[in-house]
Design a protein around this ligand. Sequence first.
Ligand SMILES: [Zn+2]
Length: 599
Amino acid sequence: MALLNSDALLDILSKKGLITQKQRQFITLEKGKQRQKLLKQFGADRKFDKSYPDLVDVIVSLKLDMGDNKDTPLDEDAIMLAVSQSCGLPFKKLDPLNLDIDIVTKTIPKNFAIGHLLLPFNFKNGILEVAIYHPDNKTVLKDIEQANQVTIKPYLTPKSDIKKILSEFFGFQRSISAAEDQFSGPSLGSSVDIGNLEQFVKISSAKEISSSDQHIKSAVNHLFNYALDQTASDIHVEPKRSNCMIRFRIDGALHTIYNLPKAVHSAIVARIKFLARLDIAEKRRPQDGRIKLSLSGGKEAEIRVSTVPVAFGEKVVMRILDPDVIFQDLDVLGFSQRDRIVYNSFIQSPHGIVLVTGPTGSGKSTTLYSTLEKIATPERNIVTIEDPVEMVHEAFNQISVQPLIDVTFSTILRNILRQDPDVIMIGEIRDLDTASHAVQAAMTGHLVFSTLHTNDAVSSIVRLRDLGLEPFLISSTLLGALAQRLVRTICPDCAESFDIKGSELIKLGFPVSEKEIYTLSRGKGCRKCRGTGYKGRCAIFEIFPLSEKMKTMISGGEAVDEIRRLAIREGMTTLREDAWHKVQAGKTTYEEAMRVTAE
Ligand SMILES: [Zn+2]
């Protein structure tokens, strides 16, 4: 009988103190009960293996406390870790993002892998690393060694992880291989001919890509589900010379997920373009579109699709817009108490201009959308002008600029005031015309939000001046500005504290005292954060309200450095300082603070 399904397992758990004597008796009793139930359900005549049901499954289903250790559940990971220590086999948690789909699916036949719960995940210098569930499955491993002429290094891994990854990878692999066969079959020539493929897709996609493309459909569906599952913000589908590379952006960093056969690239792109209602035949011009996805729990996510022709074909980038990320409570964005009060004074003003600055990907949209949602009431008409509309919200009237037919920020603004808006959000102020319309709107009693591409908050004043806006117009309409960046937050599952000398931090430009020792936090790296030590992101801010003194300075044409000094004297914490506060609070690391606030 397999070790994991015998009293030997209970011995290991008892010896490690993971179960008490009482729990041990309870487990044995429950296993008997569950077996009786199964026999009744499926008929006693059906031959069940004497060991059925699996002991590990029984223990996990009972959701026990770990021995006398309350609040720590005895889960599959804990059980397998204990077994690995007692058998002398290393324990391995697999990260699906770090696995090579070819090694997983092409080394061991599917049925064999699933039947014996084996998952090969790395091959180097003749050594095949295999995640296994049964620690005593030696003969099977010997067979693989002989058949493949390799040496196997086994690792112990929870069964549910092996099963999930196998079914996911083999499922995806099957879709891709089937599609590959279909598209590079004899009728289209055995060599991969992209032109022919595109022809094929074009013909069959007049209405809907024909049902024979089921494989591509499932592959694309899998891609979306997988991306949502991994909380990716972007999916890249990139044509390379000989393959199609799929990458996900997670917490700001790109991870390569799959390298697919080149033959399926055009079909995948065509499927995505179809879903986004783009012109599938048009491959030479960039196109933009969106896809709506229904998620479990009645939630909907939107995917913004952009296609661009590159050297080896069409590249698709998809931005996943999760309403839970875009619309947040203003209190959880990361404002300090002082900054929150200042920002509140902006959004409660009846009129004036509020500017949000920062580079692309600094979270400006989340701040603006969350703000608009907060102030949206039935009595208020909120109009947004965007390029393009990022996330649709029924409480706003959203207009997309369309430069091709001369519908621009300024042409819309010219007409919008007749629509009787109370609050206007302008996606970006890029030229004097737009800036002038914004000022005009603010002067006629509207609250205007917009973004500018500047590095810091105070520079927004200079940018408006550089666009050609009269200083007195700036000082009479601007309520204030904020700059923001996103820092990755420390993974709560592997956070640890460490000491660092003040003198080290001073060298990096942090406002600390040289003599002191500081206790900061960092993530050790665990499976939940893919070894990065970070999980999720939060914003850091610098924000200033336009004071009377500042207005005089602006009208007098003072240099930006002078105005910034005044803003700091009046209480503005800079991005670097705000980041440092978040480092001290254990939310992020000093390295991350350095990275995003480096000039
Ligand atoms: Zn972690």
